[in-house]
Design a binder for this molecule. Structure first.
Ligand code: DAH
Length: 344
């Protein structure tokens, strides 16, 4: 009997030792070994069942021996199971390990578009002079884009702007000037506002034209506003934008919504006015349209022109960005070529 027990034990331990490995398969194998020795139909259990054939005075001793062997096999099994689980854990940790010495992925920070930088510069200047920044709708009615700006249906000035009409009455705004009307209709005076935004014209794309571009509209309405206020304000704007030594020049012009109207030129910031390639030899660069708000425009928006006067102006935002950064083709601003955009 004792011999038989020793034999079973040796056999079991050998099998357990052979069942190395790290995975679920090894654990399964250990379980099979457990069942085949210690299970209900296992070899040790069978030995215990055969105890009734052993002489009664020997029975306690043999029983103890069987239990001892059982305990030993159980202990070795538990140890082997632990080892397999530990090895599996270690393997997983190794697989999931993060190598902190690897060079990091380069994160590229986006940055503002040249147009946006130019806009923020314009906003900074006018906010500094006490202006409010407002926005108007990109889809307008004929009334706000033309009629209320003193451009009646049959006026040739309307033909000058190649408009995207949605239907007879709705259109994509061709200018930000309609924002003036929205602002005046609110009935709150005085007004000191700029209105940046996108505008649309059915223009062919070339170095200086795009069917969609941006303007910044300006409007001031109060008592006793004169052309002197317009000149002082826009001259200050030009100096802040292009440098302290910048001079301005106003040329008479025509806009339906202002009377008198003018275009403002700035002295070329490249050559200081002597004339160079940049200003095409003239020493001056055209920068914006402006004028005193036409009495008809005030009246249509419910403001009494006998009591209030005002001035207005409109700047092309792309034009400022192109000038400031000396870009000679407007299309570059829209092509989204990162090599180009990164320069600003
Ligand atoms: N809306 C004009 C344009 O698109 C620009 C402009 C000129 C706006 C004179 C004004 C202004 O407010 O007074 O060409």
């Amino acid at each position: 009997m004792k011999e038989k027990l020793e034999q079973i034990k040796a056999e079991a331990l050998k099998q357990i030792e052979a069942a190395g490995g790290t995975g679920a398969q090894a654990l399964e194998l250990l379980n099979e070994i457990r069942v085949s020795y210690l299970g209900k139909k296992g070899e040790l259990t069978a030995l215990l069942k055969g105890l009734k054939n052993v002489a009664s005075e020997e029975r306690p001793m043999v029983g103890q021996m069987v239990n001892e062997v059982r305990g030993e096999i159980e202990e070795v099994l538990a140890g082997a199971t632990e080892k397999i689980k530990a090895a599996a854990l270690e393997e997983r940790m190794k697989a999931e390990a993060i190598d902190v010495t690897l060079p990091a992925k380069k994160g590229y920070m986006g940055h503002r578009h040249a147009n946006t930088i130019a806009l923020e510069e314009v906003e900074r200047i006018f906010i500094g002079m006490g202006y409010e920044v407002v926005e108007g709708p990109e889809i307008e009615t004929d009334y706000y884009n033309f009629e209320a700006l003193n451009i009646p249906a049959d006026h040739p000035a309307k033909d000058e702007q190649d408009t995207f009409f949605i239907n007879g009455d709705f259109l994509l705004r061709t200018q930000t000037s309609g924002t003036q009307v929205h602002e005046m209709e609110k009935g709150k005076l005085p007004i000191r506002m700029i209105a940046p935004g996108r505008v649309f014209r059915s223009d062919e794309v070339d170095a200086t034209h795009s069917p969609s571009f941006h303007q910044v509209e300006g409007l001031v309405i109060d008592r006793h506003i004169t052309f002197a206020d317009l000149k002082g304000t826009l001259a200050e704007f030009a100096r802040e934008l292009f440098g302290e030594e910048t001079r301005v020049k106003f040329r008479p012009h025509h806009f339906n919504f202002t009377e008198p109207s003018a275009e403002m030129d700035v002295s070329c910031f490249k050559c200081g006015g002597k004339g160079c390639r940049f200003c095409k030899g003239s020493g001056w660069i055209e920068i914006l349209g402006c004028g005193m708000v036409h009495p008809n425009v005030l009246t249509m928006s419910g403001i009494n022109p006998e009591e209030y006067t005002g001035f207005a102006f409109g700047v092309g935002l792309e034009r400022i960005a192109l000038l400031k950064y000396e870009i000679d083709d407007m299309r570059l601003l829209y092509e989204n070529d990162i090599r180009f955009l990164r320069q600003f």
